[in-house]
Design a protein around this ligand. Structure first.
Ligand SMILES: Cc1cc2nc3c(=O)[nH]c(=O)nc-3n(C[C@H](O)[C@H](O)[C@H](O)COP(=O)(O)OP(=O)(O)OC[C@H]3O[C@@H](n4cnc5c(N)ncnc54)[C@H](O)[C@@H]3O)c2cc1C
Length: 488
């Protein structure tokens, strides 16, 4: 076959030989890909997965493993938390916007209990225990945690707080390297294999093959050779975000320039571009998840201030929200102001991220000295601490609504941790898809034969984020993509 490096779709008429064939061809064997494969196979399709690396898993297998589920899952109920699809929707619409896709969120919330049961039926283990400490993740094998700031301001006044971060049970976890995501992927891969799903590894998808308007295959590269793969009923794109495509980051989400995180290098945006070349519509390309390299057990016991010495976020919220507020709205400038007693208490508490407990950069007897040592304009930090302490003496935080249990006046000696530029993240925007995971053309019509899910699509997050929404919508809409692609 002639070598062609273009991302433009290739006409089926030009294909001399199909090297592989299946009913449904899935690009990418991460969470969206495996979920699509299982459902396509259950719908009776012969399924072939093309994976660029030498094994399954993608970012999903490295992930902490939060899956955002609610509406009254059996795990929520067993642990005594009340929730409903309507309550879950109220939170998601408030926290994941602006511009959150109401149809998708409604659909996701209504299907969430069934999706939990599907995961369990496919072997994903969840331990009946709740972890209630501040943290990025549970350091243990607990099954449920708050993962989006549901129980803190402003969301605790918008919807009834319910924890929705469902975590597959796994022992010996190491945050960032070996998380509960592995115990999500492993049973799902085993299920796919038991259903006869085939996989070709070291197979890098390059462009789509079309017959008229319809997508009928994929051109990929395996061991340096171009191969043509025919899809008799549908193609599913599931190759992840564009966090590692520098040109796309520059064009769409420039705050993330030089700081990709919680993604893998294979997330190069290729699937988005392949579909764009066919006229696919995009959504929320500027939306990003932002991780913040601070230990929540310390942050919650102090106050976070920006480069002007002003507080800007309630420190008891979801740490990813702290990350977004810091990077997107405070020029990536953050200092944690904390007194010695609180620092020591925070360092002694359980944490999945003890490596985010940095030494203070400045220590002083008074806030005035600290402010001067930090080089902040005179009076800025002093007035912030004075206002905070005045209300904290009554256990209140009327400025940002931090919960009473965490509000305590800042005493002496007092320190500042330098957390400037301590952020990284991945992209949330991508192909615009329907609730049946059809890839939408800019005309508003679905592109025949083309389906997508996971972080190459715009999912339930449009601006805000909650941990678990990526594995959540990736698996939920991955399933839909498989069902739709099997129908053709
Ligand atoms: C350390 C870490 C912790 C995280 N924690 C969480 C969490 O707790 N909860 C949560 O919801 N999210 C979490 N995430 C994010 C989440 O893992 C991803 O957003 C999610 O896996 C995206 O799903 P996906 O199916 O789109 O991509 P992936 O799961 O990454 O799968 C994409 C697959 O496509 C393959 N691929 C890429 N390009 C090609 C190509 N051209 N041809 C063929 N194959 C290709 C990749 O190799 C990969 O295997 C975390 C991520 C990391 C790294």
């Amino acid at each position: 076959m002639a070598e062609a490096s273009s991302i433009r779709p290739q006409s089926a008429a030009s294909i001399e030989q199909w090297h592989f064939e299946a009913d449904v061809v899935v690009a990418g064997y991460g969470i969206a890909g495996v979920s699509a494969s299982i459902e396509a196979a259950r719908a009776g399709a012969d399924v072939l997965v093309l994976e660029r690396t030498s094994g399954w898993g993608g970012a999903a297998a490295l992930a902490g493993g939060f899956i955002y589920l609610g509406g009254g899952t059996p795990l929520q109920q067993a642990l005594g938390f009340e929730d409903s699809p309507a309550n879950m929707k109220s939170f998601m619409m408030a926290a994941l916007g602006p511009g959150a896709d109401e149809e998708k969120i409604t659909d996701y919330c209504e299907g969430s209990v069934e999706h939990y049961n599907w995961l369990v039926d496919n072997g994903v283990p969840f331990k009946e225990s709740f972890y209630g400490q501040p943290g990025w993740e549970t350091p243990f094998d607990d099954g449920l945690m708050y993962s989006g700031g549901e129980n803190s301001a402003p969301f605790n006044t918008i919807a009834t707080p319910a924890p929705r971060g469902h975590v597959p049970q796994m022992s010996g976890k190491r945050t960032g390297e070996k998380g509960g995501g592995f115990m999500l992927m492993k049973p799902l891969i085993e299920t796919a294999e038991s259903l006869g799903v085939r996989a070709e590894y070291d197979m890098r998808v390059q462009r789509l093959v079309v017959d008229g308007d319809r997508v009928v295959g994929i051109i990929a590269k395996q061991y340096g050779k171009e191969v043509a793969v025919r899809a008799r009923t549908g193609v599913v794109l599931a190759t992840g975000s564009f966090a590692y495509n520098e040109a796309m980051i520059q064009s769409y989400a420039p705050r993330l320039i030089g700081r990709p995180g919680a993604a893998v290098e294979e997330h190069d945006g290729k699937a988005i571009q392949m579909a764009q070349a066919l006229g696919a519509d995009l959504a929320h390309m500027d939306a990003t998840e932002v991780a913040f390299f601070g230990d929540p057990q310390l942050m919650i016991r102090g106050i976070l201030v920006n480069g002007r010495g002003q507080r800007y976020v309630n420190e008891d919220t979801y740490p990813g929200r702290i990350g977004q507020e810091t990077l997107l709205r405070n020029e990536n400038q953050a200092y944690l102001i904390i007194d010695e007693a609180s620092y020591e208490e925070g360092c002694a508490a359980d944490s999945s991220t003890p490596f985010f407990r940095f030494q203070p950069k400045w220590v002083a007897e008074t806030v005035e000295e600290l402010e001067s040592d930090m080089g902040l304009p005179e009076g800025t930090l002093q007035s912030t601490v004075e206002v905070y302490n005045r209300h904290a003496a009554r256990g209140e935080d009327p400025v940002l609504g931090k919960k009473k249990e965490w509000v305590k006046p800042i005493g002496s000696p007092v320190a500042a941790l330098d957390l400037r530029n301590f952020t990284a993240g991945f992209t949330l925007g991508g192909l615009r898809t329907s609730i049946n995971s059809e890839v939408m053309h800019v005309s508003g019509e679905p592109i025949p034969g083309l389906f997508a899910a996971g972080r190459c699509t715009a999912g339930v997050c449009a601006g805000g984020y909650a941990s678990g929404t990526s594995l959540g919508d990736g698996s939920f809409y991955g399933r839909r993509a498989g069902i739709s692609a099997a129908k053709g």
